[in-house]
Design a protein around this ligand. Structure first.
Ligand code: NAD
Ligand code: LMR
Length: 328
C-alpha cells in the first residue's frame, strides 16, 4: 500500500466541496491504490464550520478504505500543512447578473493569503489547483505570493469548459461523446474563452469536416460553451457544482497521469501569443506525476488568433486590476 498523500481543500463545506470530497476519498482523483488524508479548510464562520462537521461525519459514514484521516479547520496554516495537493475551491461564487471581474476584489484577497501560507507550510512537492473564480487570475495571485514553489506548480481549471465543449460537439455531430477528441480551451475561464474546434476530431476525422457548419462552430458553439456557466446559474439559481467538482477530478487525474493531454490554465510562456505572466488555458501534456509541458504548436487561423487575442486582453486587464494587491 502506498503512503497517504495530503489533500487540502478550501471551501470544503460549499456546494462544490460537497460534490468533490467523496470522489477524492473514493479514489477517483488519485487512483484506487492511493490513500488520502483530507485537510478540509473553511472560512471562520460558525455556519460553515458546523456544516463542515456534518460533511466530515458523512465522509466517516462512507467507510472509504482509502480515507486515512480528516482534518477540519478554519486555519489555513493548519489545513495546508504538509499538503501535497492544495485544491482552492473556497471563494464567493458569482450570482445572477455578476461577471467574474466583480468578484476579483473580494476573492483576490483570499488568494494572496492562501498563496503565502501554502508557500510557507505545504509539502516540498506541493501542487495547487484553483477553481474559485475568477480562477485564472486568482491562480496568478496565489502564485505571485510564492517564493519557494515555482509558478508551474499553480494551475487553474478550464477542464469544465473542455468537458462542456466535448459534449456540445458530440451532440451536434450525433456521435458518442468518446468519439470526440482533442478539443482544447484557450485563455480565461470566462465567456471570452476559446474552444479551439479546428484541432478537434470526431471519429478520427477533423470535427470541422464532420460537422461541416463553420458558422455554427464560430458562433453558437463558442457562445454556448463560453456562457454555459451563466446559463446554469440562470437555470439553477446557483453556480455549477457537481460538474465543476467532476471537472476538478478530471483536471487533477490528468495531471497525475503521465501522457495525458488536456486543457489546463498555466503560466504563459508566450505560446499562442499569450502575455507572459497571465495564467491562460492551453493544451498541456503531463510528463511526470504533477508536471506537464505546454503543447505549443497547434496552428491557429485568423479567427482563432482574434479569439485568443480577445481572451488574452481580458486576462491582462484582470491582472492590471489586481496589480496593486499583488505588489505586497
Ligand atoms: P459555495 O458558496 O457553495 O462554497 C464556497 C465555500 O467557500 C463556502 O462554504 C465558504 O464558506 C467557503 N469559503 C469562503 N472563503 C473561504 C476562505 N477564505 N477559506 C476557506 N473557505 C472559504 O460556492 P461553490 O458553488 O462551492 O463555488 C466555489 C467557487 O468555485 C466559486 O468561486 C465559484 O464561482 C467557483 N466555480 C468555478 C468553476 C470553474 O470552472 N473554475 C466552476 C464552478 C464554480
Ligand atoms: C461555471 O463555469 O459554471 C462557473 O465558473 C460559474 C460561473 O461563475 O460562471
Amino acid at each position: 500500500m502506498k503512503s497517504p498523500i495530503r489533500v487540502a481543500v478550501t471551501g470544503a463545506a460549499g456546494q462544490i466541496g460537497y460534490a468533490l470530497l467523496f470522489r477524492i476519498a473514493s479514489g477517483a482523483m488519485f487512483g484506487p491504490d492511493q490513500p488520502v488524508i483530507l485537510q478540509l479548510i473553511e472560512a471562520p464562520v460558525e455556519k460553515a464550520l458546523k456544516a463542515l462537521e456534518g460533511v466530515a461525519m458523512e465522509l466517516d459514514d462512507c467507510a472509504f478504505p482509502l480515507l486515512k484521516g480528516i482534518v477540519q479547520t478554519d486555519k489555513p496554516e493548519v489545513g495546508f500543512k504538509d499538503a501535497n495537493w492544495c485544491l482552492l475551491v473556497g471563494a464567493k461564487p458569482r450570482g445572477p447578473g455578476m461577471e467574474r471581474a466583480d468578484l476579483l476584489k473580494d476573492n483576490g484577497k483570499i488568494f494572496i493569503g492562501q498563496g503565502q501560507i501554502i508557500d510557507a507550510v505545504a509539502a516540498a512537492d506541493a501542487r495547487v489547483a484553483v477553481v474559485g473564480n475568477p480562477a485564472n487570475t486568482n491562480c496568478m495571485i496565489a502564485a505571485s505570493q510564492a517564493k519557494r514553489l515555482p509558478p508551474e506548480r499553480f494551475t487553474a481549471m478550464v477542464r469544465l469548459d473542455q468537458n462542456r465543449a466535448q459534449t456540445q460537439l458530440a451532440k451536434k455531430a450525433g456521435v458518442d461523446l468518446t468519439d470526440v477528441r482533442d478539443i482544447f480551451i484557450y485563455g480565461n475561464h470566462s465567456p471570452t474563452m476559446f474552444p479551439s474546434f479546428a484541432h478537434a476530431t470526431i471519429k478520427n476525422q477533423p470535427a470541422t469536416k464532420v460537422i461541416n457548419d463553420l458558422p455554427w462552430l464560430q458562433g453558437p458553439f463558442c457562445e454556448i460553451v463560453g456562457k454555459r456557466g451563466a446559463a446554469i446559474i440562470a437555470a439553477r439559481g446557483a453556480s455549477s457544482a457537481a460538474s465543476a467538482a467532476n471537472a476538478l477530478v478530471d483536471h487533477v487525474r490528468s495531471l497525475v497521469t503521465p501522457g495525458a493531454i488536456h486543457s489546463c490554465a498555466v503560466k504563459s510562456n508566450g505560446a499562442y501569443g499569450f502575455d507572459p505572466n497571465v495564467w491562460a488555458g492551453m493544451p498541456v501534456k503531463t510528463t511526470t506525476v504533477g508536471s506537464y509541458q505546454v503543447l505549443p504548436s497547434y496552428p491557429m487561423d485568423d479567427f482563432a488568433k482574434s479569439k485568443i487575442a480577445a481572451t488574452n486582453k481580458e486576462l491582462v486587464e484582470e491582472r492590471s486590476f489586481v496589480a496593486e494587491m499583488i505588489k505586497g
